[in-house]
Design a protein around this ligand. Sequence first.
Ligand code: DAS
Length: 325
Amino acid sequence: MTVALFTLGGTISMAGRAAGSVGVVARLTGRDLTAAVPGLADLGEEIEIHDVEAMPSSSLTFAQVLEVVDAASRAVAAGARGVVVSQGTDSLEETAYLADLVWPHPEPFVVTGAMRNPTLAGPDGPANLLAAARVGRRDLGGLVVLDDEIHAARWVRKQHSTSTSTFGSRDVGALGQVIEGRVRVLVRPDRPAPLPWPDAGRLAARRVALHVVSLEDDGAQLDGLADTHDGLVVAGFGVGHVPATMAPRLGALAERIPVVLTSRTGGGSVLSHTYGAVGSEVDLLSRGLVNGGLLDPYKARVLLRLLVAAGADRAAIAEAFATRG
Ligand code: DAS
């Protein structure tokens, strides 16, 4: 059996130094990475290596991720029993969700990375790569595997800036674990049908902003946003609240572009009919904002960009968030 490995850079591959710099940069290839994994050969799988990029994940784009998904799709169509993508952890929760939204196959699409680079004591990359390669369970969609935990791309968040156990899924927990090399899947989430493949040109032309609400925020920086952006995700307080002074601005924006309401808390859902003050969820939804449900602001932005690129109207966007949010 074959596992297709796509490498995009990130800490897992950072063992080089740029001239005149003290910091590490991505340098290692897929061959280097796999050679550093004790036990990988014992899996009896052929690892088909595709070195795509060697960059920090903070600079990845939607287009680059979709190119990898497309190439991974071809690898699976050619017989690979699964896909592993190694990349930086910074944007991993977004890239994995983007892949999950469009991944059309039952074969697993597993994203992994590392928190300690290979020049440090105890680098976690080799163990993460080995665990990711072991995961062959079908019909789970996009997965994130680090620290011997298997997370759904839909739920996972990077929760700590340096810890090797940074990835967690607060609302549902991990779907499974890798225990003594054995993959144990404990929870199988419902998986909505994949979205249609995005048109590259339309996707590149669509911009979606994210605004995190904070104390005494009147939203003045949102003025003119509808002239430059095609959608907005608002990360509101708590269950989806903003200062009263911001509410009319958001309502005016929602008349021109889709505005999705999410929570900045990192867990739980936006509500729909509990609080009635100006700036509360009831007020904002009545002004035309779309309820983002349980989707966190970063993942909501990924979904909204695909939807606006597909030309979805407000009703279709609300329906998509009702299904996936
Ligand atoms: N350098 C960061 C990145 O590429 C961190 C990491 O790789 O984990 O995302």
